[in-house]
Design a protein around this ligand. Structure first.
Ligand SMILES: [Cu+2]
Length: 499
């Protein structure tokens, strides 16, 4: 059984040290973030300045308390499962484009956490990466995020350290920025896909295994949408439905398809796409697709959301036509309003090659520290490190060969210029690669034509080379990593700098 964050004996990953060798442990009090702030950014560096909300801004306030909560996941009579979440129940925040979000994270866990706003082009200070953009939020502390999401769409948020444990136990929320529809839908359905690593009794299995972390990831077999197995959602018969599908699983790849109706993809990772007739659309962990479809008119008729990335197609959820049929003109999928993302200037762009490789070479860390009980522990914050290394970016496993806590950037991009990042997969496994801070355009693949589309995460298949392009207009130090969380936490992570 996996250790549960915030309960049971303190395990080694939960013990926190400063670089100076002062032992602070999860059960016996905490330091404030500042000691770590200095350790995290290195001498002389400080965290980026937080944005201020203009006095005339429209502000949406949210309280996001990270807490333990029970959820009925396994079928009764199995008891509810002990999980983590933000406040009570699933957190879905809906904003209008242009609104500011003021979200206060209160940490009621027994270990530190932060919130990363996945896919939102935030200022660096609001990116929620402990040690890089902010001090970790210690138990009992709080931190207020202030951001004005520039783009409409379907996003999610989650912690960025010890993510296997925190996300694995359910700590994630949904952020929807409205204002992209030209023609409103009759129903807007959020479908959050994830596996739970639990058995039929609702008890956790190991969230990570070496076999999984060093290969395709460790999978759960309790597959859910909105925490339910194969839920049926009642939606208006004959109505136009927008399905916001999010893959928030840590390892599972989904080939999203629809049976029982024609569907079109209208957004990728939240960003508008001219409607594409859906055959199937591949979504790695953290990726999203918005679909539009017209429900059948006869009440009781069902439409299936299917995962084709499997030996047999798996029905993940169903939509059931409900009530008297709506009287609508013939269905034409309506495009969303175009994105407001700077268009990359490909002609003169420089290319940066990012090689994904396996690595059994551990990062060159300083010697382990000896604890009072005679055991040893690795330096820095063990919560954010892994004792094992399986992966590397450009030959550098995270953390890299450095005596500082943070490795140097893999690359520095000049602010305002367009860059092409060519991601080269030298491993036999799929990697959904995610860049913080920028939304990029997927422009090419060695495996054939791609539909150019905006994304924050893109799958790179074995032996594939994928090209993405973006204008490096958001200054700061940003993470770039695989979103198979076990890969991220065993080396496949680095920093890129925009200056
Ligand atoms: Cu990976």
């Amino acid at each position: 059984m996996s250790g549960f964050p915030g309960q049971g004996p303190i395990n080694r990953r939960r013990v926190i040290l400063s670089l100076g060798g002062v032992v602070l442990s999860a059960g016996f009090g905490y330091a404030g973030g500042n000691a770590f702030a200095q350790a995290g950014k290195g001498a002389g560096q400080s965290y980026p300045p937080a944005p201020a909300i203009p006095s005339d801004a429209k502000v949406h306030k949210a309280n996001l308390t990270a807490i333990r909560q029970s959820r009925q996941l396994a079928a009764p009579p199995a008891p509810p499962t002990d999980t983590l979440g933000y406040t009570e129940g699933p957190a879905i925040i809906r904003l209008q484009q242009g609104e500011w979000l003021e979200a206060t994270l209160a940490n009621r866990l027994q270990e530190h956490t932060t919130i990363h706003w996945h896919g939102i082009r935030v200022p660096n200070a609001m990116d929620g990466v402990p040690y890089l953009t902010q001090p970790p939020v210690m138990p009992g502390e709080s931190f207020t995020y202030r951001l004005q999401p520039p783009d409409t769409g379907t996003f999610f948020f989650h912690p960025h350290c010890n993510t296997v444990e925190q996300l694995g136990h359910g700590l994630a929320g949904i952020l929807i920025v409205e204002g992209d529809e030209v023609r409103p839908h009759d129903h807007d359905l959020v479908c959050v896909y994830r596996d739970w690593r639990i058995d039929v009794a609702g008890k956790y299995q190991l969230l990570t295994t070496d076999a999984g972390a060093s290969k395709a990831g460790t999978f759960g077999d309790h597959r859910t949408i909105n925490d339910e197995v194969q839920p049926v959602f009642k939606v208006p018969a004959g109505g136009d439905i927008r399905v916001r599908f999010l893959n928030v699983d840590m390892s599972r790849v989904v080939d999203l398809g629809v049976t029982g109706a024609d569907a079109w993809v209208i957004a990728t990772d939240g960003n508008p796409l001219p409607p594409q007739k859906l055959k199937s659309w591949r979504l790695g962990p953290a990726m999203r697709a918005d679909l539009t479809l017209r429900m059948p008119k006869m009440a009781g008729t069902r439409v299936q959301l299917v995962n084709y990335y499997s030996a047999q197609p798996i029905v993940m959820a169903e939509l059931e036509a409900d009530g008297a049929a709506l009287d609508r003109p013939d269905f034409v999928p309506a495009a969303l309003k175009p994105a407001r993302i700077p268009e990359p200037q490909i002609e003169n762009a420089e290319t940066f090659q990012l090689r994904l490789s396996a690595s059994s070479v551990p990062a060159d860390l300083p010697p382990d520290l000896v604890l009072p009980d005679g055991s040893t522990l690795r330096y820095a914050d063990a919560l954010c490190l892994t004792p094992k290394t399986f992966w590397a970016l450009n030959g550098q496993p995270w953390p890299s060969a450095s005596h500082e806590v943070l490795p140097p950037p893999l690359v520095t991009f000049q602010r305002g210029k367009t860059y092409i990042v060519e991601i080269i997969n030298q491993t036999p496994h799929i990697h959904p690669m995610h860049l913080h801070g920028h939304t990029f355009k997927v422009i090419g693949s060695s495996k054939g034509d791609v539909v150019p589309h905006w994304a924050d995460t893109t799958i790179v298949a074995p032996k594939e080379r994928v090209k993405v392009a973006f204008v490096a207009d958001n200054p700061g130090d940003w993470m770039i990593h695989c979103h198979i969380i076990e890969h991220q936490e065993t080396g496949m992570m680095g920093i890129y700098r925009v200056a």
